[in-house]
Design a protein around this ligand. Structure first.
Ligand SMILES: CC(=O)N[C@H]1[C@@H](OP(=O)(O)OP(=O)(O)OC[C@H]2O[C@@H](n3ccc(=O)[nH]c3=O)[C@H](O)[C@@H]2O)O[C@H](CO)[C@@H](O)[C@@H]1O[C@H](C)C(=O)N[C@@H](C)C(=O)N[C@H](CCC(=O)O)C(=O)O
Ligand SMILES: Nc1ncnc2c1ncn2[C@@H]1O[C@H](COP(=O)(O)OP(=O)(O)OP(=O)(O)O)[C@@H](O)[C@H]1O
Length: 506
């Protein structure tokens, strides 16, 4: 469908109306129609309104943009461009992007039911649980597969791609929503990161439901959040954008989360501990590889099943059951969707033919997820000894080295320390940092930089029934070394190949 386009003057008026405009220089070109909006000079085409933003922005990007067809730029400062071009100066470019993006794409979010998912851990898993439920409902009612914006991948009806960021900038976000609406899609699930909330990526749109899963110390570093309060306060901002809210009563700081959620029209709580929760999960048991649990709400008291391992996933399931209730999805689709739901690179389980080795590829990489993963594995597989294989990223979230080393050391028979996006830091230095905490738990360890070699050694050296927890990379096929992303096999690929070799040997 052809979208309505606006003139430079109309964008200027918008910024004036929302009191963001500092200075407008039109050079008499108010009536020029804007055909494209971007902050990346490489993407500029004819009649683009170009956004200058970011710490790494250079004046030469603007010159390149003008050369390629930008007819005006929005910026916090004036640039001495090679060619004279109109400009719109604003105080805060991050705040200015969402209204511009919303107008350029004609507010597509208004035509979608959007479920936003926030929290330290479980966002991607819950997004795919929600998607499975919505898509079962859509299939039964003749609707289109829902759109999803997650840290794993993005689907919007037009684009399917691996993600590089959890929550895109408003310019891309609204473009994905526009694609979805134009493709006839009516539902979207999206992860809402703390960075997105801090840096206004989800301004100028509403979530039909905002889910708050949990909060634990993470993402604190010079390039993310300066401290826990900044991280937590950013996460709580999800409710300011949500019509309805879902809150985990079992989360740390639940009272403060509930207080913040009060600005939403309706709040549904969930819990596996508190019977008074609106969505109460109880009787959680294993039935073979399946997790069985019962859910009590004011309208039903029903058994659900998850085929994806991980007892902690019951919490993610309760969250999306609450969201499904809020958007009116019938019970049958909650059940069928959750039964088949999967999340790529999360709790993917592979066993050797003799069942002596189970390899779990998972994405746990902070304290909260490590504690949940290791304790849940001990409960779900009591006959197996845990051996873990993981690393930590270079130059960020330093606290993880202590937390992961300690938790893994507590639960594991042996730890293999390996590469996980080392960036500019030598893997050996990162591994040594983690190793001191593993050692403090009297747990033996080995340092093997190559992930494939580390997994291979763990399989070859396994004694008795062993469950390998291979964490932190999921299904990713790239490792960050320096500023380069180098192609590599995913942990899933390594596990499949190495278990096949093991089976052939036995
Ligand atoms: C703090 C923050 O929001 N940073 C994001 C932000 O960077 P920025 O605005 O500073 O821009 P920049 O990277 O300095 O680049 C400068 C500008 O030059 C432009 N450019 C660059 C090259 C060129 O040739 N031409 C050109 O026009 C770029 O398009 C960009 O606009 O905009 C960039 C996209 O333009 C993002 O990639 C970047 O995320 C960085 C890489 C990042 O790692 N962010 C993490 C911390 C993050 O957001 N993580 C959360 C998950 C964590 C959580 O749960 O909170 C997430 O949502 O992914
Ligand atoms: N509700 C939960 N509580 C704690 N840990 C969880 C929960 N759900 C999943 N996990 C663990 O956290 C890992 C990451 O899960 P997931 O990718 O769903 O979270 P996320 O919030 O998207 O994470 P990230 O912000 O790192 O992308 C999983 O592999 C699992 O080990």
């Amino acid at each position: 469908m052809e979208q309505k386009k606006y003139t430079l003057g109309e964008y200027a008026l918008l910024l004036e109306n929302v009191r963001m405009m500092k200075e407008f220089y039109s050079d008499g070109q108010d009536d020029i129609v804007i055909d494209y909006l971007t902050y990346d000079s490489k993407q500029v085409t004819k009649n683009t309104l170009f956004i200058c933003k970011g710490a790494a922005f250079k004046a030469e990007y603007l010159d390149e943009a003008v050369e390629k067809g930008a007819v005006a730029y929005v910026s916090e400062q004036k640039f001495d461009t090679k060619k004279d071009v109109p400009y719109l100066l604003v105080d805060d470019i991050r705040k200015a992007m969402p209204p511009l993006a919303e107008k350029f794409h004609n507010a597509p979010w208004k035509d979608l039911t959007i479920i936003g998912i926030g929290g330290t851990k479980g966002k991607s898993t819950s997004a795919y649980y929600m998607k499975a439920i919505v898509d079962d409902y859509m299939k039964a009612t003749g609707g289109k597969e829902s759109a999803v914006i997650s840290s794993i991948d993005i689907y919007d009806g037009v684009i399917t791609k691996e993600s590089h960021i959890t929550t895109p900038e408003a310019v891309e976000l609204q473009e994905h929503f526009r694609h979805a609406v134009d493709s006839g899609i009516t539902f979207a699930e999206m992860e809402v990161s703390s960075q997105a909330l801090k840096y206004n990526r989800v301004d100028n749109m509403r979530l039909d439901v905002g889910i708050f899963l949990n909060i634990s110390e993470d993402h604190i570093s010079p390039i993310e959040h300066k401290d826990f309060e900044d991280y937590f306060a950013s996460k709580l901002r999800i409710f300011a954008s949500s019509d309805n809210a879902v809150v985990n009563l079992d989360a740390d700081y639940a009272e403060r989360i509930l207080e913040a959620a009060k600005c939403s029209k309706k709040v549904l709580t969930f819990s596996i501990k508190d019977e008074t929760a609106d969505v109460y999960g109880y009787d959680i048991q294993k039935d073979g590889h399946e997790t069985v649990f019962t859910v009590r709400t004011k309208d039903f008291d029903e058994e659900f099943r998850l085929t994806m391992p991980g007892l902690f996933n019951v919490e993610n399931a309760l969250a999306v059951i609450a969201a499904s209730i809020l958007v009116g999805i019938p019970l049958a689709y909650m059940k069928s969707g959750l039964y088949r739901a999967r999340s790529s690179g999360r709790m993917e389980l592979y066993a050797s033919k003799d069942k002596k080795i189970i390899a779990v590829v998972d994405y746990a990489h902070n304290k909260l997820s490590f504690e949940k993963l290791f304790s849940s594995t001990r409960d779900e597989y009591p006959d197996y000894e845990i051996v873990s294989i993981f690393g930590c990223p270079g130059k960020k979230a330093f606290i993880r080295r202590r937390d992961l080393g300690t938790v893994a050391g507590q639960y594991s028979k042996k730890v293999y320390l390996t590469a996980e996006d080392p960036g500019y830091e030598p893997v050996e230095d990162i591994s040594k940092d983690i190793a001191q905490y593993v050692e403090a738990q009297n747990c033996p360890y080995t340092m093997i930089e190559d992930r494939g070699e580390a997994i291979k050694a763990a399989i070859e050296e396994a004694e008795g029934k062993t469950i390998l927890l291979i964490t932190g990379k999921g299904n990713e096929t790239r490792q960050k070394y320096g500023c380069e992303y180098l192609d590599c096999k995913s942990d899933v690929q390594y596990v499949k190949e190495l278990l096949a070799e093991y089976d052939a040997r036995c």
